[in-house]
Structures are given as structure tokens and as C-alpha cells.
Design a protein around this ligand. Structure first.
Ligand code: TZP
Ligand code: MG
Length: 213
């Protein structure tokens, strides 16, 4: 499998990119220090999603940053992405692993302790702890877990983890100190005036917090 680093995981949402193209924002963010990218575009036809995925694949390749596709197993297979991220209501993990193969990165969102215990029985590559804080970016989230939730989940989980939901420069260090291996953000980078600067600041916080763990 492609080695991967969960430190700063960008999840995309073109609708938050303030008129800039997805490529512009993602490339700036990667130059700033993003370590993984998940293509998560909800208002997209299959054709459009596939074309965006191919664009992202070409863009990320020279930076050796893995491209993970959200939800759409068909798109992940069609563009030979590095991985797929699934939620609790998406295609079941065993099917995803069977079709994607053992060398791909598969991430699973967990929303509570029960999900985390179940994930321990699966050889997923990482879990996304979701949502840590409340967020305007995703409206159908489970209730926010808070830092205590992150602590409990990372204590129980056998998998590497990222927190997601409401994470920004002001609380990023708390997520790492609560036991996560990285942070996953949408608006803190997608809507930043300077996505490259936002990424480099977040990355610095994550790196420093990991050193102090
Ligand atoms: N899954 C759980 S919360 C969320 C997703 C995709 C959105 C997080 O967005 P933001 O802007 O980083 O709070
Ligand atoms: Mg999903």
C-alpha cells in the first residue's frame, strides 16, 4: 500500500472555495503541507465526479499525496484512486475491500463507541472520528463527540485516526492531544483566503502537537 500520513487531511467541497477552482485550492493546500486529499463532492453527476477525480489524480501524483474518494466505489475503481472513504451508511466494508483490493487505503467514519468497536474487527486503514465539533459544512452529522469522545475512541481503537468536524487553527492541537493521528478539515482550508498559508499553519500545529505528545 502507498504509505500515508494522516497529519493534515483535506476533504474537498467546491461550493466553499470562494469562486476559485478546486485545482487551485487543492494545489495551494498541498504546497502548504496537506498530506492526504479526499474528493468529497456531493452535487456532482457521475461524469463530473469522474472527471474531477482524474484531474485530482493528475494534480496530486507529483506530490505523492494520496487521493481518496468519498463514498463512490465506482469512481474510486474507475480512476484507480489510492483509496476510498466510507461512512456507516455506505457500501459495507467487506465489499469495498474485495473490490478495491488489499493495497488500497480504506477509511471508515465512526460516530460513537459501538462503531469504533465494530471497526476494530475490520482491517480498515484508518478511522475518521465524526464529528468532533458541530459544523455548518455537513448538515446530517451525528451529535458532536467533543474532545472527551475523541479521547475515548482513540483509547479503544486499534486503528490510526483523524478527527473531523469544526476543526481549525484554534482547536487543532486539542485533537492531537486527545489521541488522534491527524486532523481532517473542509472549510478551514477550502474557504481560507490563502489556502496554502492555512495548510502550513495547520500542519505546523499538528507537527508541534505530535512532538509534545
Ligand atoms: N464529516 C463529518 S463533519 C464533516 C464531514 C465531511 C464536515 C467538516 O467540515 P468542516 O468545515 O471542517 O467543519
Ligand atoms: Mg458517506
Amino acid at each position: 500500500m502507498l504509505p500515508f500520513d494522516l497529519s493534515l487531511y483535506l476533504v474537498t467541497d467546491r461550493s466553499l472555495s470562494l469562486g476559485r477552482t478546486l485545482s487551485e485550492v487543492v494545489e495551494a493546500a498541498v504546497k502548504g503541507g496537506v498530506t492526504m486529499v479526499q474528493l468529497r463532492e456531493k452535487d456532482c453527476s457521475g461524469k463530473e465526479f469522474y472527471e474531477l477525480a482524474m484531474l485530482m489524480k493528475t494534480l496530486l501524483k507529483p506530490y505523492k499525496v494520496p487521493l481518496i474518494i468519498n463514498d463512490r466505489l465506482d469512481i474510486a475503481l474507475a480512476c484507480d484512486a489510492d483509496g476510498l472513504h466510507i461512512g456507516q451508511d455506505d457500501i459495507p466494508y467487506p465489499i469495498v475491500r474485495k473490490l478495491m483490493g488489499k493495497d488500497k487505503i480504506i477509511g471508515l467514519s465512526v460516530e460513537n463507541i459501538e462503531d469504533t468497536i465494530e471497526a476494530n474487527n475490520l482491517d480498515v486503514d484508518y478511522i475518521g472520528i465524526s464529528p468532533v465539533f458541530s459544523t455548518l459544512t455537513k448538515t446530517d452529522t451525528a451529535s458532536a463527540l467533543g474532545l472527551d469522545g475523541v479521547k475515548e475512541i482513540t483509547r479503544i481503537s486499534k486503528h490510526p485516526s483523524v478527527g473531523i468536524g469544526g476543526i481549525n487553527q484554534s482547536n487543532a492541537k486539542d485533537i492531537i492531544h486527545a489521541g488522534a493521528d491527524g486532523i481532517s478539515v473542509v472549510s478551514a482550508i477550502m474557504s481560507a483566503n490563502d489556502p496554502s498559508l492555512a495548510a502550513s499553519e495547520l500542519r505546523k500545529i499538528v507537527n508541534e502537537s505530535k512532538n509534545k505528545k
